[in-house]
Design a protein around this ligand. Structure first.
Ligand code: NAP
Length: 295
């Protein structure tokens, strides 16, 4: 029997509806959550992501402002803008869209954001809180979204083998940090794989939950998946497709048609993890505003 699809679009819509309800409660108490997105330069893909984030904010009642700066912006100018936003009580969340122009050091920028407004969860304070299992930080949106998908889909994680392929700071490592915690929706035995992993298939075949975040189409084939496993595909790659009007389509890391016959549950690409990332950004912004109110 083919694997059940984990419908990220439907689950994300439920998260957004819950966020909208809580935003309206908070607004009735006098606090309207505010998110500022800073876009530096004219990368077309970044402009598309930022516009999508803006629309999602409007839909749930979060005040969103995009500040667009020229690609010639210096690091000093960007840091000074962040200082102003950190000091502005109407701004609860700050997000600096990557990639940044070469003259700007991304780490320096992330470190300048007030950790209480770091809704992307990239500041070292939030990274540390995530690893320590503290609940008053922010988890990065994509791995938090994956954990939510697993929870809502009723996937047992306690005592299960969770293999994560990819070790980036925005997906793989925080994903591992979430799954290894002594907490609901976690308590997994976690393995992280990367380019130097000697035998990738040996690890992936042991996974009850396989999460891939690489950006390599068809890296994971059916013979690399344990029968009955849950497979979550974070990867997104645009490949040529002459049958599409656009001439391209998006694919993940998983050979979907093959793996679907082995796994018990699987996320599609698109429509799996992607919609959850923005939904979790909205939730993090709401939490930032709620915490600011009670601080
Ligand atoms: P990244 O920084 O490029 O990291 C990719 C990771 O994959 C690296 O850790 C790399 O290992 C590992 N890797 C590369 N080739 C491998 C191989 N053959 N075997 C095992 N591991 C391998 O990418 P990222 O930012 O984490 O993003 C990963 C993918 O997720 C991309 O396709 C991206 O577009 C997508 N993504 C999707 C969302 C969403 O909302 N759905 C959000 C973020 C990212 P090394 O560390 O050894 O180089």
């Amino acid at each position: 029997m083919p694997a059940e699809l984990i419908d990220g679009a439907a689950i994300a819509a439920r998260v957004r509806a819950q966020v909208a309800a809580e935003v309206s409660e908070l607004a009735a108490q006098g606090t309207r959550p505010g998110l500022v997105v800073v876009l530096v330069g004219d990368d077309p893909a970044s402009a598309v992501y930022v516009a999508a984030k803006g629309r999602a904010c409007v839909e749930v009642g979060i005040d969103e402002r995009t500040i667009t700066l020229p690609s010639s912006t210096t690091q000093v100018q960007l840091l000074s803008l962040l200082d102003q936003l950190n000091a502005d009580p109407s701004v609860h969340g700050i997000l600096v869209q990557s990639p940044l122009p070469k003259q700007i050091d991304f780490d320096a920028v992330i470190r300048r954001i007030d950790p209480a407004k770091d809704v992307d969860g990239f500041h070292p304070v939030n990274v540390g809180k995530l690893y320590a299992g503290a609940r008053d930080g922010f988890a990065p949106c994509t791995p938090a979204g994956v954990q939510e998908l697993l929870r809502v889909s009723g996937v047992e994680t306690h005592g299960r083998n969770c293999v994560i392929v990819g070790r980036s700071n925005i997906v793989g490592k925080p994903m591992a940090a979430l799954m290894v915690q002594d907490a609901p929706g976690a308590n997994a035995t976690v393995t992280i794989c990367h380019r130097y992993t000697a035998d990738l298939a040996e690890h992936t075949c042991s996974a009850d939950i396989l999460i891939t975040a690489v950006g390599a189409p068809k890296l994971i084939t059916a013979d690399m998946v344990k029968p009955g496993a849950t497979v979550v595909d974070v990867g997104i790659t645009r490949i040529p497709d002459a049958t599409r009007k656009s001439g391209t389509r998006l694919v993940g890391d998983v050979d979907f048609d093959g793996v679907r016959n082995v796994a018990s549950r699987i996320t599609p690409v698109p429509g799996g993890v992607g919609p959850m990332t923005i939904a979790m950004l909205l939730r993090n912004t709401l939490r930032a505003a709620q915490r600011a109110r009670t601080a």
